[in-house]
Design a protein around this ligand. Structure first.
Ligand SMILES: Nc1ncnc2c1ncn2[C@@H]1O[C@H](COP(=O)(O)OP(=O)(O)OP(=O)(O)O)[C@@H](O)[C@H]1O
Length: 258
């Protein structure tokens, strides 16, 4: 079966520095893959290349077999490749429910090229409420977005991504900056999305317990290169990964996996 998403020699260079270096990866539909690697390994840059925020200096991204090279990030979202909103995309003075309603409406615009949607206000609100329930924010619908806790803001970002209803979800460190008490609820939210079984999910995270809990597979980036890609057990037992990342002591040459 054709992988839903695949990269071929995906690379980007900033000045003399290759932040992503000939990465070949693929994942099947409905799969949950995490990306790990030390700070500066190229994880977020890799996401930006998938979502179209950055253009590769070499290589390409394929979605269901089609090259995405000519598509903008909005067009990639329309095709089904969704990137979690940063909180800067949230309207701080609107309520949580209003923000999610706007995201639901923007999906209609994204899908139908700004042709007027005939769906009623009520239906859009109902859809937004279902999404708020999924991210455990139903009791915060009337709260002003800027007044949410950090953890609640990250849940709102996930809600706005779900509102776009894309097949692929790119989640960039959803627990970043969260208090320890807030982490289990975001883990619950992501686990529930996974268990619903209709999404392909790519997650960047530093929290290993969370990664091991959720992932069907894990890929490891190191200095922009794909160091390893395998099941959680394979990755935990991979000596190169242990040396390079888990042990934090790596200073040798990278072993190419592709
Ligand atoms: N726009 C840019 N211009 C120049 N260098 C960049 C740019 N974006 C990223 N980099 C560099 O590319 C490298 C990879 O950065 P990236 O943010 O992708 O790493 P990361 O693995 O996501 O790190 P972290 O875990 O800290 O978020 C870093 O050395 C970073 O400084």
């Amino acid at each position: 079966m054709e992988p839903i998403i695949r990269t071929k020699d995906l690379s980007i260079q900033f000045g003399g520095h290759k932040a992503v270096d000939r990465v070949n990866f693929e994942m099947p539909e409905k799969h949950f893959k995490s990306i790990i690697g030390p700070n500066g390994a190229g994880k977020t840059t890799f996401f930006n290349l998938l979502s179209g925020e950055l253009r590769p200096t070499e290589g390409d991204v394929f979605f269901k077999g089609e090259s995405l090279a000519k598509y903008s990030s909005v067009e990639r979202t329309r095709k089904g490749l969704g990137r979690s909103f940063q909180i800067t995309n949230v309207f701080p003075n609107l309520t949580v429910l209003e923000n999610v309603r706007l995201a639901v409406q923007s999906k209609e615009k994204v899908r139908f090229h700004f042709i007027k949607s005939y769906r009623s206000y009520k239906k859009i609100t109902e859809e937004a409420l279902v999404i708020l329930d999924q991210v455990l924010l139903l009791n915060k619908g009337e709260a002003i977005a800027s007044q949410l806790s950090h953890g609640e803001k990250r849940k709102l970002e996930i809600a706005m991504l779900l509102a776009l209803d894309t097949e692929v979800l790119l989640l960039d460190e959803p627990t970043a900056g969260m208090s320890l008490e807030e982490v289990p609820t975001i883990l619950d939210v992501i686990r529930t999305i996974k268990q619903r079984g209709n999404k392909t999910i790519l997650l960047i995270e530093h929290k290993m317990d969370m990664i091991l809990d959720l992932s069907d597979s894990i890929m490891v980036l190191f200095n922009g290169k794909l160091l390893a890609d395998g099941t959680p057990t394979e990755i935990m037992n991979n000596e190169t990964v242990q040396n390079a990342y888990l042990g934090g002591l790596y200073d040798g040459e990278l072993v190419e996996t592709s």
